[in-house]
Design a protein around this ligand. Structure first.
Ligand SMILES: *Cc1c(COP(=O)(O)O)cnc(C)c1O
Length: 399
């Protein structure tokens, strides 16, 4: 950094102009995080747990808390400690189906965690032992469900198979104060059908096991908005979930939970990068696969981009190379930017609040931890201007 800055910049363009940063800068938009949280809090008829892995920034945790998110889905003891330290009164749910005994024990006895997920008998026994056979546990059995409607699969690694689920539900019922069922349909689920199919599967498992279920947790997977990836309105997802939940054979007082990561924080942050060199239609920028663009490199994710200066030149399609010496540090895009872009130009890359900064490394020495708060709108939004929706649904493009 060459120049000092004060906290209250208005917009991305002004940040680039004032700071002329030689490292990538993360722009954070607190209002966007609060708006997403308010949407879930008011429209989802149940509890919303924020999935901390999507972005564990304490500043973000505080914003979500201030907008009424009180429950947090944590997956490691480090996340447990972080949230407990940041938000002493938060309710933490340890939703990783394979935990170490030490982490279960510390979560239970030091940090007051009472909710745990599992998908095997081994894990059930481990939780019982590590909590000294506690009788105040909420135990959620994770089902294996399809990721067919999602851009990023979570189907292979976790989840009890249908043939083993009834016995596992019965065994878990014996040890649980509250018994739950959870699943994850995969990240960026492009159709509400994913939740419908999964909830029907849960219904079948409940009938087969003939157990009383107290919690239905539909997990994460709620889509955000990216170029070429516009999913239906979030309200459509909620409507399907509410309808299927009502039809389940569960106790009348059963709770409905969800665990959004991406949908709560994608709009929270973007990154300003500098073009260090142009070679034809490839731009060599100072952030990449080992920085906040992991998904752009490895899954071909296309984030929205914007040149941070005036240009009347028509857009052209570009690809990006990141700053490390590795060939894999390549983002194919295509990213549409004015054809006259040159070295020294700044680009804003949007929608990086989820799985962007969370996955940065300092490989090759290109880590930058600089955050600047801005007051402008995110480049794309699911939520319109504070719960208003537009004629075209819930999609408001500001580029
Ligand atoms: C990653 C994860 C989430 C959040 O998923 P999104 O697709 O970001 O909404 C929720 N629950 C569990 C168990 C997860 O592993």
């Amino acid at each position: 950094m060459h120049k000092p800055y004060s906290a209250s910049f208005l917009a991305a363009e002004q940040v680039a102009q004032a700071l002329k940063p030689d490292l990538p800068i993360t722009l954070v938009r607190n209002a966007a995080a609060r708006r997403a949280a308010r949407f879930f809090r008011t429209q989802f008829k149940g509890k919303t747990l924020y999935a901390v892995k999507a972005n564990p920034s304490p500043a973000l945790l505080n914003e979500l808390w201030s907008a009424g998110i009180t429950h947090f889905d944590v997956a490691s003891i480090t996340e447990v400690r972080l949230v407990r330290q940041t938000l002493p009164d938060a309710t933490l749910c340890f939703m990783h189906p394979v935990k170490s005994p030490e982490s279960i024990q510390e979560a239970y006895s030091v940090h007051g965690v009472r909710s745990f997920s599992l998908d095997t008998f081994d894990e059930l026994a481990k939780i019982a032992a590590a909590t000294n056979h506690a009788t105040d546990l909420n135990l959620l059995v994770r089902l294996r469900v399809s990721s067919d409607h999602s851009k990023l699969s979570l189907a292979a690694k976790f989840g009890a198979a249908p043939e083993e689920t009834p016995a596992l539900l019965l065994a878990t019922r014996q040890l649980a104060d509250s018994l739950g069922i959870c699943f994850h349909v995969g990240s960026q689920a492009m159709s509400p059908q994913a939740y419908k199919d999964a909830l029907r599967k849960a219904g079948k498992a409940i009938v087969k096991a003939a157990v009383t279920v107290d919690i239905i947790d539909v997990g994460g997977g709620f889509p955000s908005i990216y170029p070429g990836m516009e999913a239906p309105n979030l309200q459509c997802y909620f409507d399907v979930i509410h309808e299927e939940f009502e039809a389940l054979p569960i106790s009348y007082s059963a709770e409905l939970w969800c665990e959004p990561g991406r949908a709560l924080c994608a709009e929270y942050a973007s990154v300003i990068v500098r073009v260090e060199q142009r070679r034809g239609d490839a731009l060599y920028i100072n952030d990449g696969a080992y920085g906040s663009l992991f998904d752009a490199a490895h899954v071909g994710w296309r984030y929205p981009v914007k040149l941070l200066r005036e240009s009347n030149v028509k857009p052209a399609a570009f690809s990006f190379y990141g700053p490390t010496c590795d060939d894999m540090d390549y983002m194919t895009g295509p990213f549409e930017l004015p054809a006259d872009i040159v070295a020294g130009d700044y680009i804003e890359i949007g929608m990086l609040g989820a799985y962007g900064s969370a996955m940065r490394t300092d490989f090759n020495g290109f880590m930058s931890g600089i955050n600047v708060e801005v007051g402008d709108e995110p480049m794309l939004t699911l939520y319109g201007s504070d719960n208003e929706t537009t004629a075209s649904g819930n999609i408001v493009a500001s580029i």
